[in-house]
Design a protein around this ligand. Structure first.
Ligand code: UGA
Length: 470
């Protein structure tokens, strides 16, 4: 099928390249001319595993980019809207969605065949059937259901594994204003014959997306709350607690052959220094706001957000508990990306952690294997610098805070051993082995021994929750 995709960002580009690889004729509409050029030259404008290879396979054959929406829509059978819906602190900003709907509507005026418009962006329930539908009707002069159809097809891609997620989907949600729209949308995904399809109305499709992300965010905040409690309990470790929880056969089923299956969902049952990214914080906040507008008190979502907001503080408190005075101390922050495998720093807990360290007058050295510039939210200060590698970041550090679980950081013990130094290590992802360090503290690790930190007046306090090397 000929498909236009409005928005050449991470969702639009990945979806476009994957659908193009499946033989659809895709035109990506992007207002950023640099991006258009880059795509048409086969250069991948974002850091995403597998995407450069897909572009190399499809550009010039079944995939191209343009900045002219009218041309793209009029030669296509369907148009996806994959533009951003940023959260402005109160509600999601629909400016780009509205603009796309108007532009598509104006283009539809010039066509005679039935056209399917599909919202792929994450939008609050009702947006597709209300805002998008009426803008399309107004600007096209055409009638929904007769002249064009309207679908809602949320994406479930994770940054870093987006191509793999698209190519091996766990479900495809096919929202439509009527059976005709649903059938046409289903046809686009015929190439995924074995995947479970959920055919629903548009509002249900919108809700599925928000509910899915909110569930995952809830698991993380739940784990963090349990972790914060474990931090107060002698000889208790949240990783053992949650490992025990996950062995519930309803979370990790035992197959008839006796083998245990460990579904991915259990990886969200882990304590850390909080969730971030462009999706969870925005989507949970937007659903919470939407719920309030409907007169339904979002108690669980409130708690998920509040726990997450406090988590970077809980993490830094592990440091200040051992090292109360940070002025004159050098603190290395390992990781800027909101999770490993991406260069995205949006809503990364690292930002809140760094802000707090600077507020406490620490000298901060940051290192991330992929991100080499500080996010704009970090205030410019002579007290912060970026290191080029793990050794450089840690060689002067009095304390090291691990914020992002990059594999490279698993070498920290070796790096410190080579330096013959044993600064305090605070593990915000619980990926390090406590026994590898002389002074170790971890999120969700209860008071264990007396050894509290390298150089402060609280060391040897019996209530410290530092695990000391055996
Ligand atoms: C998330 C969802 O997982 C996708 O299904 C969804 O399509 C996407 O949002 C979206 O709405 O576009 P993403 O934000 O890329 O994807 O990241 P995740 O890998 O889910 O990570 C989100 C947060 O969960 C991160 O802060 C990460 O540290 C945490 N996380 C991730 C875990 O705690 N455990 C994991 O195993 C993975």
């Amino acid at each position: 099928m000929r498909i236009a995709i409005v928005g050449g960002g991470y969702v639009g580009l990945v979806s476009g390249a994957c659908l193009a690889a499946h033989g659809h004729d895709i035109v990506i509409v992007e207002s950023d001319l640099g991006k258009v050029q880059s795509i048409n030259q086969g250069n991948c404008p974002i850091f995403e595993a597998g995407l450069p290879e897909l572009l190399a396979k499809t550009v010039g054959k079944t995939l191209k980019a343009t900045d002219t929406i009218e041309d793209a829509v009029t030669i296509s059978d369907a148009t996806f809207i994959a533009v951003g819906t940023p959260f402005d602190g109160t509600s999601i900003d629909l400016t780009q969605i509205e603009q796309a709907a108007k532009d598509i509507g104006r283009a539809l005026k010039k066509t005679s065949a039935y056209h399917l418009v599909v919202v792929k962006s994450t939008v609050v329930p009702g947006t597709t059937d209300n805002t998008v539908a009426s803008l399309l009707e107004q600007t096209s002069g055409k009638k929904l259901g007769t002249d064009f159809g309207l679908g809602m097809n949320p994406e479930f891609l994770r940054e870093g594994t987006a191509v793999e997620d698209f190519m091996t989907p766990d479900r495809i949600v096919l929202g439509g204003n009527d059976a005709r729209a649903q059938n046409k949308l289903t046809q686009i995904y015929d190439c995924f014959a074995d995947t479970d399809k959920v055919r629903v109305n548009n509002t249900t499709a919108e809700m599925i997306k928000y509910a899915s992300n909110s569930l995952l965010a809830t698991l993380i905040s739940f784990s963090n709350e349990i972790g914060n409690l474990c931090s107060e309990l002698p000889d208790t470790d949240v990783t053992s607690v949650l490992a025990g929880v996950c062995l519930d056969k309803r979370l990790s089923p035992i197959m008839p052959n006796g083998e245990r299956v460990t579904p991915d969902i259990t990886s969200y049952l882990a304590a850390g220094c909080g969730f971030g990214g462009s999706c969870f914080p925005k989507d949970v906040n937007a659903l919470r706001k939407f719920s309030q507008q409907q007169g339904v008190k979002p108690s669980v979502l409130d708690a998920v957000i509040n726990t997450n907001k406090l988590q970077p503080e809980q993490f830094v408190a592990l440091l200040t508990d051992s090292m109360p005075e940070l002025q004159g101390k050098t603190v290395a922050v390992l990781g800027l990306a909101f999770k490993p495998g991406t260069d995205d720093t949006r809503e990364s807990p690292a930002i809140a952690v760094i802000q707090q360290l600077l507020k406490n007058d620490a000298q901060v050295v940051v290192y991330d294997p992929i991100v080499t510039t500080l996010p704009s939210e970090v205030p410019s200060s002579s007290n912060i610098s970026i290191a080029k590698n793990l050794n450089e970041a840690t060689k002067q550090a009095d304390a090291i805070l691990l914020v992002t679980a990059w594999d490279e950081f698993l070498a920290l013990a070796d790096v410190l051993n080579a330096q013959k130094r044993q600064p305090l290590v605070v593990d915000g992802r619980r990926v390090l082995t406590a026994g590898d360090f002389q002074h170790y503290r971890g999120i969700g690790l209860g008071p264990q021994t007396q050894n509290n930190g390298p150089d402060d007046d609280k060391s040897n306090k019996p209530d410290s929750n530092v695990a000391s090397a055996a």
